[in-house]
Ligand binder design. Structure first.
Ligand code: MG
Length: 252
């Protein structure tokens, strides 16, 4: 096609015009859709205007027992919730798919034990029939264990890039971006779950693609599921329980 005819066509067929390298700044400007306004919190780390506050220090209204669905039996006192190991895991009443999550947690100063039996808890980013996908919580400040089971690991799948742990008595912060796995109609995996985690502002999981649910024994695998609760672990070890505060989520 000769050049004058091509240019004439480009005037009426935008796709042809876009195939040419733009020569004006306006040609690469996009003006819509305009991103929705979200008001950030006054204090960094607090919930922005479009977040769902899952725990604001007052009550466990957003939570239920993962065993039978009754009331979440953890302790709330002075703006903090503390694991009640006898009551077992708790999980959100709401179900989530893709989201941004903020969780603050603290290992007590009187923590005891070693390895996995020291301040162990966890955030199951989607709780499923076969357990779910655990972002490990434990005391990894001067405490040796298998690295794919230390704080900031995706349990037994991927160690954290670095150890950004604060010592017992100080608050740790997880900021998580979770992309749920997707499944084909026949139940086979379409796309794996992906996770990015900042631990105290430090990148520890960088868009990691999970191989399936995180298993204590055996290899990970996927079983099709839909939207799921976020679950907090009451680990069975005898060390004093850890605490949580300021938990919020933004659905994506
Ligand atoms: Mg755990």
């Amino acid at each position: 096609m000769n050049r004058p005819l091509l240019c004439a066509l480009a005037l009426v067929i935008p796709i042809c015009a876009s195939a040419q390298n733009p020569t004006k700044p306006e040609e690469t400007e996009v003006w819509s859709p305009v991103p929705k306004i979200v008001t950030p919190a006054a204090k960094c780390g607090d919930a922005p205007s479009d977040a769902i506050q899952l725990f604001d220090g007052r009550n466990l209204d957003e939570w239920k027992s993962a065993r039978g669905g009754g009331p979440a039996g953890w302790t709330v006192s002075k703006g903090v919730m503390t694991v009640n190991k006898k009551a077992g895991d708790i999980e959100t009443k709401r179900l989530f798919t893709n989201y941004q999550l903020h969780v603050e947690w603290r290992v007590p100063t009187n923590v005891t034990g070693s390895g996995q039996a020291r301040g162990n808890s966890g955030v199951f980013l989607a709780a499923t029939e076969d357990g779910g996908y655990e972002l490990q919580i434990m005391d990894s400040y001067n405490n040796t264990t298998y690295v794919n089971g230390q704080a900031g690991s995706m349990y037994k799948q991927n160690p954290p890039l670095v150890n950004a742990m604060r010592k017992p008595g100080e608050w740790n912060v997880y900021d998580v971006v979770w992309t749920a796995p997707t499944f084909n109609a026949d139940g086979t995996l379409k796309s794996p779950a992906r996770v990015t985690v900042l631990h105290n502002g430090v990148l520890v999981q960088n868009d990691f693609a999970l191989k399936g649910t995180t298993q204590y024994i055996g290899l990970p695998s996927y079983k099709a599921h839909g939207a799921a609760p976020i679950r907090l672990q009451a680990h069975g070890d005898p060390s004093p329980p850890i605490s949580f505060r300021n938990i919020w989520v933004r659905e994506l």
